[in-house]
Design a protein. Structure first.
Length: 187
């Protein structure tokens, strides 16, 4: 379940250039899911976690009202606790929003989240907001290809002057040595 093992979007400032990057933690770390209820549908090979769902892996946390986990492979009986283990490997996960993904240094929010195991891709859609410190990037759809570490944020509209474009607000790194103050030019 590598999807939890990636930091959603590190905002990297290098002069005027910005980029979204993904960093891995141990993908073999266990995933701990808690919710108010879990419904196991063995015949459909899925488990639906409902009510204040929280999924933890390492120091990363996903919060959502509902998380559906789809399995493939084995259809052996699920444990009594309704955890869904024993149903095979994870094929896909869908989080109904609002969806919050929080790491020690960043956070992301969207209306919906989908993880596809076959191509190791995480997608957040609907009013996506990425935050690191005071830096904020907004868009309509964020696609993270975890195998390559490439992240792309898409807009809901295009063209200068239209609303719904990808937008970022960045603050200079406060830890860098202060540059000498510029003196006003003589007039």
């Amino acid at each position: 379940m590598r999807w939890m093992g990636y930091i959603i979007g590190a905002i990297v400032l290098s002069g005027a250039a910005t980029a979204l990057a993904a960093q891995a933690i141990s993908s073999s770390a266990p995933v701990d899911i808690t919710a108010n209820e879990a419904e196991v549908q063995q015949e459909n090979k899925l488990t639906i976690w409902r009510g204040e769902v929280e999924a933890l892996q390492g120091s990363n946390r996903l919060r959502t009202p509902e998380l559906t986990v789809y399995y493939n492979g084995s259809s052996s009986p699920a444990p009594a606790a309704g955890t869904g283990s024993g149903m095979g490997s994870i094929q896909k996960m869908e989080a109904k929003g609002p969806v919050y993904f929080v790491t020690p240094t960043q956070s992301a929010k969207g209306d919906h989240g989908t993880y596809i195991a076959a191509d190791d891709t995480l997608t957040l859609t609907g009013n996506v907001i990425l935050m690191q410190d005071k830096n904020v990037v907004r868009g309509e759809r964020l696609v993270i290809q975890q195998k390559t570490g490439q992240s792309t944020l898409y807009a809901s509209s295009q063209g200068r002057g239209t609303s719904g474009r990808v937008r970022g607000v960045f603050y200079p790194n406060q830890n860098q040595a202060a540059a000498p103050a510029a003196t006003p030019a003589a007039r």
